[in-house]
Write a new protein. Structure first.
Length: 268
């Protein structure tokens, strides 16, 4: 199978959790996606993810985990970190590099504080230690679109707040099609995860993190801004900070050197 890509599902707590795996390396890398997981899980994405991150396949066995399929009301980012630990135990993964993007980075912060022995290196990308006005505005805008059932508006807002103006200009034609093709049957998982973002606060726990940490942020981030990345890096002992002056929230897809930056950190 190309890049050893595999889709999988775990059973836990009376529900399931989708995950993917690819790569053949001896080290383990765990990826945690953002709030978009509330609209669509990792199910069926093993091959495209393996192709996007193919540089990692030689040195790492890579897992990417969704949140649980059915989430209880009030489920927090810290609860989701505990779910991740359960998933790793079920798969026999004792220790891994943890790579969290956006909301995935929120979960990763709690995971690193609660399960230090399970973390090798930590990468926190375009994420925040707690809500700020811009993050709150972004999430509330997305929730409002979803509550109105206007998926096209949600996709338009997502495009505008996450990607660069140039990317938006080139890809705005896709928004109506995405509004039709990607609308979920239910927004329940999305609403619960969105509320978890709004309730997230790990500021007082960041000094407890002892993993070698790289924090990556974008100065043009229209979803949460660049300051949260600087705040995280200032509070985690010894953390390294890389800020992209020209990129925003979608820098993990747009910055040409992003994958190499992460790979260099992991292999250093």
């Amino acid at each position: 199978m190309l890049l050893s890509a595999k889709n999988g599902t775990l059973s836990m707590d009376g529900t399931t959790m989708d995950y993917i795996r690819f790569g053949t390396g001896k080290q383990v890398l765990v990826m945690l996606p953002g709030l978009g997981d509330g609209l669509r899980s990792m199910k069926g994405t093993a091959l495209p993810m393996a192709l996007m991150y193919r540089r990692f396949a030689k040195d790492f066995t890579v897992y990417a985990f969704s949140r649980k399929t059915v989430l209880p009301e009030g489920h927090t980012t810290r609860d989701m970190a505990k779910d991740l630990k359960t998933a790793m135990v079920l798969l026999g993964v004792e220790k891994a590099h943890i790579f969290g993007v956006s909301m995935g980075g929120m979960i990763a912060q709690h995971f690193a504080a609660d399960f230090p022995d399970a973390v090798d290196k930590l990468i926190l990308t375009v994420t925040a230690p707690c809500p700020n006005p811009l993050l709150t505005q972004s999430v509330e805008e997305w929730v409002s679109c979803a509550r109105q059932g206007d998926h096209t508006a949600l996709m338009e807002s997502n495009l505008r707040r996450i990607y660069s103006p140039e990317y938006c200009r080139k890809n705005k034609w896709m928004v109506p099609f995405l509004g039709i093709l990607t609308k979920p049957k239910s927004y329940d998982r999305f609403f619960i995860q969105a509320q978890a973002c709004l309730n997230h606060n790990v500021l007082h726990r960041l000094p407890q993190i002892r993993a070698n940490t790289l924090v990556i942020g974008g100065e043009q981030d229209l979803s949460l801004g660049g300051d949260p990345s600087r705040e995280i890096a200032s509070r985690i002992p010894g953390a390294k900070l890389k800020m992209y002056p020209q990129w925003g929230h979608g820098l993990y897809e747009e910055a040409p050197d992003f994958n190499q930056t992460v790979l260099d950190f992991l292999l250093s």
